[in-house]
Write a protein that binds this ligand. Structure first.
Ligand code: PEP
Ligand code: MN
Length: 453
């Protein structure tokens, strides 16, 4: 996050009237008085991000839409309160920084780094309830809403969790800001980011690349052309799904410079595949705030829907404002995406397109684990690049679920592959399976090659 950004948004969470529109996937809080109390507290809390930072990200995303930059968005499917620890946050940030360095080196263009962090505490679910051994309870909707433990107490939708999610996001962002501006992300430390992880072939390949970067940096320093201060910090932005409107709405503030509204819970927010109804509350919400916005598109998205989403959320076709995050599935993307892009004509070039190769490729293993194949993830990214090549549009980036930890949640990988039988060894996610450190680095090397062409 740059220090040159300005615009401290002023408190206003309560002076906005939101239209009463249908909202999918919302919690059912039981006590209205308790909720009202929480919402008024949330509306007085300091913003987590500033308007000027969101504007800066919008200019970065404008470069993405024009093919002058590539973005990497990554992090947990669902953050949990218990996992807000220094080592977890550090390792996730290190993983994203490492992937970004690999991509920068391969692509020779700026990588806009965005964490699925500091707010990704709520999940859409396919069913409102979960049944185990004949007992039915509310489904787990993320730590912002209820607890994972299968008891009536834990599964109750508890408004106090909105405040806990705010504080956890604030603590996370504080550490992220420290890591990315305090010298830890210094380009002269590329080797250090590889330390502390289980070492495998991808880490070894990274180490070789880091050696070359070191030499290049030393050369630039010796030549007097490297700006030490610029190398010390890295721009890093936060993102999450704007799902629970009782969290997002009170976090909206009016920018004192312009009077415009910003969702100060995060730099970038997106609307998921299940909540992007044209006439629903989520699309209405994001159309009212100035943040750069993402919208997920699954395989059934058609030209008309996409154009209407653009008209609602980005009527002025403002560079950097809108990003479509496609998640079509490895076996479908080549059939669907080229036609969609082509049908949009020039309009396709007014937004950014990024690839989520995770959510269209989930299946359940024979042993009952929700998982994804690394090979399918790679295949979807290949299909994404091919589709944009065919349509003459820019492949703008990647959106992935990952962790810096050595988990066994996704199968496959080019080197230390994980088999279906290995899934139980270290399966830790409460929601969707994530790439582990090794798989994340491998993916970065593969995508860097795609970008080199
Ligand atoms: C997600 O990003 O975790 C998610 C639920 O995605 P989608 O809306 O694409 O299903
Ligand atoms: Mn997910």
């Amino acid at each position: 996050m740059s220090t040159e950004t300005t615009g401290l948004a002023t408190a206003s969470g309560t002076d906005i009237t939101w239209p009463d529109l249908p909202a999918q996937q919302q919690p059912t809080w039981l006590d209205p008085a308790e909720l009202a109390q929480v919402l008024s507290v949330l509306a007085t809390y300091p913003p987590l991000v500033f308007a000027g930072e969101c504007d800066l990200l919008r200019t970065r995303m404008a470069a993405v839409s024009q093919g002058r930059a590539f973005t990497l968005q990554g992090g947990d499917c669902a953050e949990t309160l218990a996992d807000v620890t220094g080592p977890n946050i550090r390792d996730r940030i290190k993983t994203i920084l490492q992937m970004a360095v690999v991509l920068t080196y391969g692509a020779g263009m700026p990588i806009v780094k965005v964490g699925r962090v500091a707010g990704q505490f709520a999940k859409p679910r396919s069913s409102d309830t979960e049944t185990r051994d004949g007992v039915t309870l509310p489904a787990y909707r993320g730590d912002m809403v209820n607890g994972f433990e299968f008891t009536p107490e834990a599964r109750r939708h508890d408004p106090d969790r909105l405040l806990r999610a705010y504080h956890a996001s604030s603590a996370t962002l504080n550490l992220v800001r420290g890591f990315t501006s305090g010298g830890f992300a210094d380009l002269r430390s590329v080797h250090a980011w590889n330390k502390g992880f289980i070492q495998g072939p991808a880490q070894a390949r990274y180490e070789q690349m880091a050696y070359q970067i070191d030499r290049a940096v030393r050369f630039l320093e010796a030549s007097g052309v490297a700006d030490a201060e610029e190398m010390r910090r890295v721009e890093f932005f936060s993102a999450h799904e704007a799902l629970v409107l009782d969290y997002e709405r009170p976090m909206v503030r009016r920018d004192h410079r312009t009077g415009l509204l910003y969702d100060t819970s995060s730099h970038f927010v997106w609307v998921g595949e299940r909540t992007r109804d044209l006439d629903g509350a989520h699309i209405d919400f994001v159309s009212r705030v100035q943040n750069p916005i993402g919208i997920k598109l699954g395989p059934t998205a058609d030209r008309d829907t996409v154009l209407r989403l653009m008209d609602k959320v980005d009527p002025d076709r403002e560079p950097g404002r809108l990003t479509f995050i496609t998640r079509m599935g490895a076996s479908t993307i080549r059939e669907v995406l080229p036609g969609l892009l082509t049908s949009l004509g020039d309009e396709a070039s007014r937004v950014s397109w990024i690839c989520d190769p995770m959510h269209g490729n989930t299946f359940t293993s024979p042993s009952g684990y929700k998982t994804r194949r690394f090979e399918d993830v790679v295949e979807e990214v290949r299909g994404f690049f091919a589709a944009h090549e065919e349509a003459g549009t820019h492949p703008g980036g990647l959106h992935v679920e990952l962790t810096g930890n050595d988990v066994t949640e996704c199968v496959g990988g080019t080197t230390a592959a994980i088999d279906l039988e290995d899934l139980g060894l270290r399966y830790e996610t409460l929601c969707d399976p994530r790439l582990n450190h090794q798989q994340s680095l491998e993916l970065a090397f593969i995508v860097a090659e795609m970008l080199e062409r």
